[in-house]
Write a protein that binds this ligand. Structure first.
Ligand SMILES: [Zn+2]
Length: 268
């Protein structure tokens, strides 16, 4: 039986001298691993379709418990990503986050669309990598079910305050008056708190500027085709970028390997 799917290449693994395993994020079946025969040969027509970041249409067949690619047709390869190391690092990070968070048979059309839009924005310079990354991280958090609550103070539920603080450990904001109380409550809830833990915890509650808070509300609430419809100055963008990265990696409970590489090359 032949199966038709559309998928984005998240990663490729060399299986034998001539065969490769391709991890795809597909519309129809979530994440799926497929085999590509003879794909190292330069004659292979399949080759452009199984390059990293390529989005293609595939015809698969099942044999020996594996899916094999019979035919493939390239839809988009986001070629310009390969011309710049920061773009390459960002695209690799986006694909790694998707690889970590998507499972087999998990239909995540909106997440796939976000991934493709982020790769497109990166390849075409629609927005700077820093913006693309922050929006991807925050919007993906929302689609995966762990959007932060930045609408009102999580303790007193006020939507207006002189200052708000973002509490990384529970993905919520607290106003300045509730901050101390929340810090104390946390300490009381622990059986043993040493000075080191206290410092670490205090550093997980940091000030969030009003424009950054509003940008997050916008990113998680706007229609999918309007994700870049906000503007902010460089300083605020830096704060937004820091918060989005910390929130996502905290929720993932692991740091994607490609994140260090991105941060290294984007700082040059
Ligand atoms: Zn409060």
């Amino acid at each position: 039986m032949l199966i038709g799917i559309k998928g984005l290449v998240l990663k490729t693994i060399q299986r034998t001298d001539s065969d490769r395993l391709i991890v795809l994020f597909t519309v129809e079946r979530g994440k799926i691993t497929v085999c590509a025969k003879g794909s190292r040969s330069s004659k292979s027509k399949i080759l452009p379709c199984i390059e990293p970041f390529a989005y293609s249409e595939f015809v698969l067949y099942e044999k020996d418990g594996f899916f094999w690619i019979k035919e493939a047709m390239l839809i988009e390869n986001f070629y310009a990503i390969r011309e710049d190391v920061v773009k390459l690092a960002l695209a690799s990070y986006i694909c790694e986050v998707l690889d970590i968070t998507v499972y087999e048979n998990m239909q995540e059309l909106e997440l796939l669309r976000l991934g493709l839009n982020s790769l497109y924005a990166t390849a075409t310079d629609l927005r700077p990598p820093k913006t693309v990354k922050a929006v991807f991280e925050m919007r993906a958090s929302m689609l995966l079910g762990f959007a932060p609550n930045v609408e009102t103070c999580s303790v007193c539920h006020r939507g207006k305050a002189r200052e708000f603080f973002f509490a990384l450990h529970d993905g919520e904001i607290v106003c300045s008056s509730c901050r101390e109380r929340s810090l104390k409550e946390y300490m009381n809830s622990r059986t043993s708190v040493n000075a080191e833990e206290e410092i670490r915890f205090a550093s997980q509650i940091f000030r969030i500027e009003e424009d950054v808070r509003l940008a997050i509300l916008y990113i998680i609430g706007c229609p999918a085709d309007k994700i870049y419809g906000f503007t902010m100055d460089e300083n605020e963008l830096n704060s937004l970028a820091k918060l989005c990265e910390e929130h996502l990696t905290y929720r993932l409970e692991k740091k994607p390997k490609t994140l260090d590489f991105y941060n290294e090359v984007s700082a040059l």
